[in-house]
Design a binder for this molecule. Structure first.
Ligand code: SF4
Length: 259
């Protein structure tokens, strides 16, 4: 059976023709739809431009319910990919299952890392403590690429207000393979709070304990006082993102964005 690196299509050189097509497509999509409101943009992407070829990737974290809710209003059978790293808090898994029911989502795909790759690369399950980039690559980057096979586009919930590499996010971009729709990139905290209340969305259970961003157990702590919402992620490492948005993502890469 292949090991983690063998499974990885992410390090393969990009096809220049495909990159050019995606450059042209995202430029056109941004020009035509870049200013549209999120619900309308999602409707166009899900029901027209990428009909049956688009998925939402969600962490079911502290802010995920908003985008999940918008997508459910457009089409409840939109494929939703959840990367089950096998390192999530039980609270996240319960929240995921509750939200699926509440929003009526009918095609949530729970994607786990390949057991043989885990056995080969992280037999003791402690890779996150030694090399979190390698762990994210094994448990997120490779499984996501496998899960997105056959899709032309994917929706994610990154926002400009998160700062860092997210501060200048376009509405549509690409990763050399497929289009990424940053459907709520432009939302402010006030907009999020207002819509959250309007829709009566449930909070992730760990919000009540002070968590503002929740990922895997070994890599999530309470945010640092006075620092950003994501400051509790990989707090013991010089790492801000999991790498699923990075071009040529490998386990020495900490650039790009997270879900
Ligand atoms: S967030 Fe942590 S535990 Fe989860 S895949 Fe990345 S390094 Fe591993």
């Amino acid at each position: 059976m292949p090991q983690a690196m063998d499974l990885a299509p992410t390090g393969a050189p990009a096809d220049p023709q495909r990159v050019k097509e995606l450059d042209d497509l995202t430029t056109a999509l941004n020009a035509q739809h870049g200013e549209k409101k999120s619900l309308e943009l999602l409707d166009i992407m899900i029901n027209d431009v990428f009909k049956d070829k688009i998925a939402l990737v969600s962490s079911f974290g502290t802010e995920a319910a908003l985008l999940l809710s918008l997508v459910s209003k457009v089409k409840k059978s939109t494929p939703v990919i959840f990367l089950d790293t096998l390192k999530h808090f039980p609270e996240t898994l319960e929240y995921r299952d509750d939200l699926i029911k509440t929003l009526g989502l009918t095609d949530v795909r729970i994607i786990k890392p390949e057991p043989s790759a885990l056995k080969a690369t992280d037999p003791d399950g402690d890779l996150a403590l030694r090399n979190p980039d390698a762990c994210c690559y094994l448990r997120k980057v490779v499984p996501l690429e496998e899960a997105l096979h056959g899709f032309d586009a994917w929706i994610n919930g990154r926002k400009r207000i998160h700062g860092g590499s997210r501060a200048a996010l376009p509405r549509m971009e690409h990763d050399d393979r497929r289009v990424k729709v940053n459907a709520i990139a432009t939302w402010t905290q006030e907009m999020i709070d207002e819509e959250w209340e309007k829709q009566g969305l449930p909070e992730h259970p760990m919000v009540q304990w002070g968590y503002t961003s929740v990922g895997c157990m070994p890599c999530t702590s309470l945010p640092k006082p006075g620092e950003g919402k994501r400051s509790g992620r990989w707090a013991q490492f010089d790492k801000q993102e999991c790498g699923i948005h990075s071009l040529d993502s490998k386990w020495d890469d900490t650039s790009g964005g997270g879900i």
